[in-house]
Design a protein around this ligand. Structure first.
Ligand code: FAD
Ligand code: UDP
Length: 336
């Protein structure tokens, strides 16, 4: 009998596993996929780290979270910068004073309306399969419109990339902790429950209850990665495509994330296509799903041996630092 079975080797599971192990609990981690690190998983391709599930930039305003991740990886300073393309022209993004200059309008409500049409309407409709006004303001509110020349994608105090990738970082977080890959908790809940006093689950909440009340809504993505025989494809790490008729939303060119070793004469790019089906990446926070989530959360309160968290378990559009913060709070609540 172990103290904690942790379901999912993403950042949520790995953080819980580390903290509980460090405070003397016995822990086993199981992971459905054939690799650790969840959606941050990356691989070294010709010296650049390529994320399998979309580009991941670490950013936080919390010194505590920054210090926590720095225990497991050397972080290289990196500030993400993105450009946006509309009708074949490329603009500074998130919208800032340079963008107002580029569209030839004075900053103000009229220019902001134009910016919504150019940069948010098409992209958001593609990403969420619904018009801009039907998408929660908190989603689009992730992107600021700035009345300064600051063109960084994130304005957090601490930003960077783990020098040797996220997979290596999570490997260090899980050092000395047994991890069983290709193991699905839901294929034998009773068996796994019998092995541990408590279970911490970071998979989808609806799946945990056999979709008893119906499936929670998610948006997914399809990634198309290719190697091109050129030194430089787009000149920046991320180019957003905001026209509705272009089926992808953005292209990552991994060498521009500034890795220490850069391939010559070749470059790797990944196109992101929004999709209805596939891995559940983005929770769709509408009235139906909010109510459905509340019903599942109520079922959860009947099971004191089970704790649930992470982006999927909480059904929240969490960034990496928020998932780590949630895991630290959950794990420390076990002994404080
Ligand atoms: P996950 O990483 O999803 O891990 C959960 C794990 O549980 C998975 O490995 C899964 O296989 C496993 N699992 C699920 N069910 C079971 C089961 N039944 N049995 C066993 N294992 C199971 N955040 C940022 O801070 N910066 C970014 O730049 C950024 N970019 C992103 C880009 C994209 C395209 C996406 C989708 C997300 C991005 N995020 C970013 C968010 C970030 O990915 C998440 O905050 C973080 O990875 C969530 O960690 P997690 O452990 O909660 O979930
Ligand atoms: N968004 C947009 N145009 C862009 C970039 C983002 O309309 O060029 C909107 C879109 O609705 C998106 C949201 O802002 O889902 C949040 O963007 P972010 O880049 O944070 O999305 P993520 O990286 O999480 O996919």
């Amino acid at each position: 009998m172990i103290d904690y079975l942790i379901v999912g080797a993403g950042l949520f599971g790995a953080t819980c596993a580390r903290v509980l192990t460090d405070t003397g609990r016995s822990v086993v981690v199981i992971e459905r996929r054939g690799h650790i690190a969840g959606n941050c998983y990356d691989e070294n391709w010709s010296g650049c780290y390529v994320n399998r599930y979309g580009g991941h930039i670490f950013h936080t305003s919390s010194k505590r979270i920054w210090e926590f991740v720095n225990r497991f990886a050397e972080f290289r300073q990196y500030e993400h910068r993105v450009k946006a393309q509309f009708q074949g022209k490329t603009y500074s993004f998130p919208p800032n004073l340079t963008t107002f200059d580029q569209i030839g309008m004075k900053p103000g409500p009229e220019a902001e309306q134009r910016i919504r049409e150019m940069f948010f309407a098409g992209y958001t409709t593609k990403q969420w399969a619904r018009p801009l006004h039907k998408v929660s303001a908190s989603v689009v509110g992730r992107i600021p419109i700035r009345y300064t020349y600051d063109d960084r994608y994130f304005s957090d105090r601490y930003q960077g990339l783990p020098e040797y990738g996220y997979t290596r970082m999570v490997e260090k977080m899980l050092a000395g902790i047994p991890v069983e890959l290709n193991t699905d908790f839901l294929s034998d809940v009773e068996y796994w429950r019998g092995k541990a006093t408590k279970v911490i689950y970071s998979g989808p909440l609806d799946a945990l209850f056999g979709f008893e009340f119906g499936a929670l809504g998610y948006r997914s993505l399809r990634f198309e990665t290719e190697m091109l025989s050129v030194d430089n494809y787009q000149g920046c790490a991320t180019l957003n495509y905001t026209d509705l008729h272009i089926p992808w939303t953005r292209v990552m060119e991994w060498k521009h994330f500034g890795w220490h070793s850069q391939p010559k004469g070749e470059t790797i790019i990944t196109r992101e296509y929004p999709a209805a089906d596939g891995e559940p990446y983005y929770p769709i926070k509408d009235a139906r799903n909010t109510e459905l989530y509340a019903r599942y959360a109520e079922r959860l309160s009947e099971l004191p041996w089970l704790m649930v968290g992470g982006r999927l378990g909480s059904y929240r559009y969490y960034n990496m630092d928020q998932v780590i913060a949630q895991a630290l709070a959950m794990a420390t609540s076990q002994y404080e």
